[in-house]
Structures are given as C-alpha cells and as structure tokens.
Design a protein. Structure first.
Length: 177
C-alpha cells in the first residue's frame, strides 16, 4: 500500500526536475536512507511505474536513484540534460587536470571545495559552459543545476559531492560499474 503523503512529495520532487536518491544528505552531516526513494522502490512495480506512465512520464529506476522523463519528446528536458552533462564533464575533467582522482567528487567525507572549483573554472571551461547556456560560472551553475536537482550536494565542510544520480551519469556514459 502506498503512502499518500510520500507519494505527493515524490510527485513534487520529480515534476520539478529533481532526482530522488537512495540516500540523502542530512543537516547533521550524515547520509541516511531517503524515505521517498524507499517508498518508490517498495511500490515501483505495484503502483508507481504504471501511474507515472498514465500521466505521460516514464519513471526511471536506476541503481541508487529515480527520475522521470516525458514520454513525449521535450526539448526542455534535452536542454536540462545537456547542462547537467556539461557541468559533470567539466567537473570531472577539471578535478583530474588538477591532479586529483575522480573519487574526490564521489567521497562523502571529501568533495570538491570552492577553492578547487575556482581553480577548475578556467576560461576554457567557461567557454564550454557558456556554449551550453551556463553563464554563471562553475560554482553558481553547480548550485543552480546540480545541487538544485539532487545530482550533487554540499557536505559538512561545504564541499561539492556527487549523489548516486551524479555518479550514475558517469556509469552510464563510460560503462563503469
């Protein structure tokens, strides 16, 4: 049986372009199981998958996160996806160019601090981001696009860390596991 209150929260998150991750960052600095993800996972086949299809969305359940996409081709979704992909690629490339391993972006206790983000935000990287419609610089655009959509979060140190959804992008693009 579904929880109607959680179902409504799930809907609001998803239609506002956010992903729901298996674990969420809490104000106490910990990662905890996310009740919205648990609700979706538990009732995916018995309710949610079909329900979202009936209202024109595909509910996509991946390892560690859930998102929706329109069943009709929608350019707005493509634009958002391009911005997310661009930011993630610039971040990953920049971290590695600065001599760090990719794991810096994915380790809850570490993350990428603003000083390193400023170092990554070179003119070349800004040109790439501007070409994708991201004009606010790496720090601001990461907040507006990645953090606002639950693709990344700030840990207790204030450093940027990718969520399961952010990591899933790289798994999909590069076939990593």
């Amino acid at each position: 049986m579904i929880n109607m209150s959680l179902s409504q929260q799930i809907y609001r998150e998803l239609v506002n372009g956010r992903v729901i991750n298996e674990r969420s960052y809490r104000s106490d600095g910990s990662l905890q199981p996310d009740e919205l993800y648990e609700e979706l996972f538990k009732n995916y086949d018995s309710y949610y998958r079909e329900h979202y299809e009936s209202i024109g969305y595909q509910l996509v359940l991946r390892e560690g996160f859930v998102f929706i996409r329109s069943l009709e081709r929608d350019e707005a979704y493509s634009d958002v996806a391009m911005k997310i992909q661009s930011l993630l690629m610039v971040l990953a490339r920049g971290v590695q160019e600065c001599g760090y391993e990719f794991a810096l972006l994915t380790t809850h206790e570490a993350g990428v601090n603003d000083k390193l983000l400023e170092q990554i935000d070179t003119e070349e990287k800004q040109d790439i981001l501007r070409a994708c419609g991201l004009k606010g610089g790496l720090i601001d655009e990461s907040r507006k696009v990645l953090e606002a959509r639950n693709i990344a979060y700030r840990n207790a140190k204030g450093s940027l860390v990718l969520t399961a959804a952010g990591i899933g992008f790289f798994d999909e693009v590069f076939g990593a596991k």
